[in-house]
Design a protein around this ligand. Structure first.
Ligand SMILES: O=P(O)(O)OC[C@@]1(O)O[C@H](CO)[C@@H](O)[C@@H]1O
Ligand SMILES: [Mn+2]
Length: 450
């Protein structure tokens, strides 16, 4: 089977076929844990379903739980993956993808949890959770991860206050800041957004994972854990795309941020986006979230709006001012929010131009696309077993809608663009460096750097 995927020098997909691998341990241990938590959450909300929907709410709860228990059993006993039956807009695309995987596998094997690409089966699990809810109205719109995402926001309040106060200080002096000072603040807020990615509820299998330390004061001590730091080139990618504005100011037209986790990480992304437009560096920011609850803590439209409303409503001066400003940016179209179905499909991003040409064309309008988090990095590089010294541009395999930058804490064993010997040194220093979430990268691809 490996031979099939090694064609044209592209290494095989990470998979649980490799016993003991991180993919294997994730599918054997972490995914069943996450599924169990989802089942428990639905069960715990039984009474509120009854209050809201009467007997129908009870039968939907029971039906959803039985579908999810069946899914967990299929996962744990490595059964074949099944076609989606909920008739959602993306169901056909998912079912075609299953057939594509079956063709790759040949007719000797049936696509199952432990013999298929990790990226595919993990995304498939989250889509099957959505199916279990969609098939059981009236609880179809229940967000099984909402409790964890809101807890992450509330438990990180002190860090949010620190960040909004820091942003307010920058606003106070914005007009007087030199280009150099702008660069200093840019790199700091880029790193704050980078480390915000530690707060992810998938790697913690739903366990509380909020920001307890100061996001600003901790930057110096975290600096040595950034394995690739292209901050300077990210800054130049922005500066070089600037056009002279009527106001006489230079600004890039647009930065797109492909979001990852709700809670504290989303606040770090909103603060970065605020700095980009309020400094005049950029005219517009487009955010890309998920169109249904995904990977436990990923941002949905509901989470995006809820976070801004919560910040607005905070009884802290700089938080509420920030939230009000963010709501105005949305209203004025300075900020735009999108949630294309492609982000909640299993595709490697090199497939985007073919499978979602409308989204690819949208990203081509950006001067820079920032991809947050680990799952996005896995999709940028196809979740393949690359050598660490392979160039980032090689691993992208033609995915280049615009200059793009990954801000990612390492939580899966795929990493490219390292120096010769750097991976080996890290392995001897810390065998779990690729999956612990302790290390991170700020990695740029720009056509100009080719
Ligand atoms: O994309 P994120 O939120 O940074 O991380 C997603 C993640 O937690 O889920 C997968 C493991 O289940 C890995 O890709 C990664 O560890
Ligand atoms: Mn995530």
């Amino acid at each position: 089977m490996a031979a099939v995927q090694a064609v044209q020098g592209v290494p095989p997909s990470l998979s649980a076929k490799v016993t003991g691998s991180f993919a294997y341990l994730t599918i054997r241990d972490r995914l069943p844990t996450i599924l169990t938590k989802v089942i428990d959450t639905i069960h715990r909300n039984k009474n509120s379903f009854f209050e809201e929907y009467g007997e129908e709410g009870i039968s939907s709860e029971k039906q959803a739980i039985s579908l999810l228990s069946k899914l967990r059993n299929e996962l744990q006993t490595d059964k074949p993956l099944l076609l989606l039956t909920d008739g959602l807009q993306d169901a056909e695309s998912w079912n075609q993808y299953l057939q594509r995987q079956q063709r790759l596998l040949g007719d000797q094997y049936t696509v199952s949890w432990f013999n298929s690409p990790w990226l595919y089966v993990e995304c498939y699990m989250y889509r099957k959770i959505q199916e279990a809810l969609v098939l059981n109205p009236p609880i179809s719109n229940f967000d099984v991860y909402k409790e964890g995402k809101t807890q992450s926001f509330f438990e990180s309040q002190q860090a949010v206050i620190t960040l909004c106060t820091y942003l307010a200080d920058i606003h106070k002096n914005m007009e007087k800041l030199s280009k150099n000072q702008l660069f200093e603040f840019f790199t700091k807020l880029l790193q704050v957004s980078l480390w915000g990615n530690k707060c992810d509820l998938s790697i913690s299998a739903g366990k509380e994972n909020s920001q307890k330390t100061s996001p600003i004061d901790s930057l110096n001590s975290l600096q040595p854990f950034i394995l690739v730091d292209d901050s300077n080139m990210v800054w130049s990618a922005l500066s070089s795309s600037q056009r002279l504005e009527e106001s006489g100011k230079n600004a890039a037209e647009r930065v797109d941020i492909v979001l990852d986790n709700a809670g504290f990480e989303l606040v770090t992304d909103l603060v970065l986006a605020d700095f980009l437009v309020s400094s005049g560096l950029v005219r517009q920011v487009h955010f890309h979230g998920k169109c249904f609850p995904w990977f436990v803590s990923d941002v949905t439209a509901g989470d995006f709006q809820w976070t801004i409303w919560q910040t607005m409503a905070a009884n802290h001066r700089w938080m509420s001012k920030s939230g009000a400003q963010w709501q105005r940016y949305l209203k004025e179209g300075v900020w735009c929010y999108h949630d294309h179905p492609f982000w909640t499909q299993p595709h490697e991003f090199c497939d985007m131009a073919a499978d979602a040409p409308d989204l690819y064309a949208t990203l081509q309008e950006a001067d820079l696309v920032v991809f947050k988090g680990d799952l996005n990095y896995r999709k940028l590089t196809g979740d393949r077993d690359w050598d660490h010294t392979v160039d980032f541009s090689t691993a992208l395999r033609g995915f280049r809608p615009a200059p793009l930058c990954s801000l990612r804490t390492l939580k899966a064993n795929v990493q490219v663009g390292l120096q010769p010997g750097q991976g080996e040194k890290l392995t001897s220093l810390d065998p779990n460096w690729m999956t612990s979430g302790k290390y991170a990268i700020i990695q740029l691809y720009s056509p100009k750097s080719e």
